[in-house]
Design a binder for this molecule. Structure first.
Ligand SMILES: [Zn+2]
Length: 263
């Protein structure tokens, strides 16, 4: 399995970094897109092999939560695949309540009708809703959803669903991808017991939003944990030295990780 970071930036990033969306490539060559933000038309073009068309290259999509740097490209992808008569619907994996809310509050306005027909999310995608903290298997990889607190309003909490990825055919270590999360050291310590590698979102701006873990907080984690961690979803040109602080480093846009033999 390979993971390629199509982008490594935050919601307000630049074309030099793109938004933090990933491409997972199974040993069979099939690709799963993890999150589909407003940059995706451009980041996919740079991230896919020459002349590969996005709707032919991608087999499945996973969406972690409803911010536009994670779903802003979904209308484009839905129409692109729907109006290609040779294209089977892409499989869409999401936490079930978040999937319903994505349609109702974000996508229905643009995708809810075409000429002569009312439409639903299932017309565009082969929907595979997943229970909270449930799992699904794609290409012999087990993806377990981990509920991460992203925003707390005082009235309602909003979650993003991180992914713990492991070989479904044998017991072994996993890879963890946080998606968007507040700093949660205790949860991270628990997850690290199963994870050989952790890709953690990381805010690097002087002003803290709280809705993402900040670099200065992550730097307080135990060294044994930091040594497993790659950082992404950072602001342009961060003024930190993650290798000197015991992390693996900042992921670069387009960087690919070959996880063959690791999980
Ligand atoms: Zn977010």
């Amino acid at each position: 399995m390979k993971i390629r970071f199509l982008g490594v930036g935050s919601a307000f990033t630049t074309p030099e970094h793109y938004q933090s969306n990933l491409l997972i490539t199974a040993p069979s060559g099939r690709n799963m897109l993890v999150d589909c933000g407003t940059d995706i038309r451009f980041s996919l073009r740079e991230g896919l092999p020459d002349n590969a068309l996005p709707y032919e290259a991608i087999d499945a999509v996973y969406i972690s939560h409803l911010h536009s740097d994670h779903i802003g490209g979904m209308e484009w992808l839905a129409f692109l695949t729907y109006f290609n008569p040779h294209q089977p619907r892409l499989r869409l994996y999401m936490e079930e309540a978040t999937m319903r809310e994505m349609w109702r509050t974000s996508l229905k306005g643009g995708l809810g009708c075409i000429q002569g027909k009312r439409m639903h999310l299932t017309d565009y995608f082969d929907c595979r809703p997943v229970a909270v903290n449930g799992s699904f298997i794609w290409e012999s990889i087990r993806f377990t959803l981990v509920r991460m607190l992203h925003i707390s309003t005082g009235y309602r909490d909003f979650y993003s669903y991180g992914l713990l990825m492991a070989d479904a055919r044998k017991a072994g270590p996993a890879i963890f991808f946080t998606t968007d999360t507040q700093y949660r050291p205790h949860l991270l310590r628990d997850i690290a017991q199963d994870a050989a590698l952790i890709f953690h979102d990381c805010e690097t701006s002087p002003v803290r939003s709280i809705v993402h873990a900040h670099y200065l907080d992550l730097r307080e984690l135990p060294a044994a944990l930091r040594t497993k961690m790659w950082l992404y979803h950072y602001q342009p040109d961060p003024k930190f030295d993650p290798e000197a602080d015991g992390f693996r480093g900042f992921v670069r846009k387009g960087q690919e990780f070959d996880l063959e033999g690791l999980i």
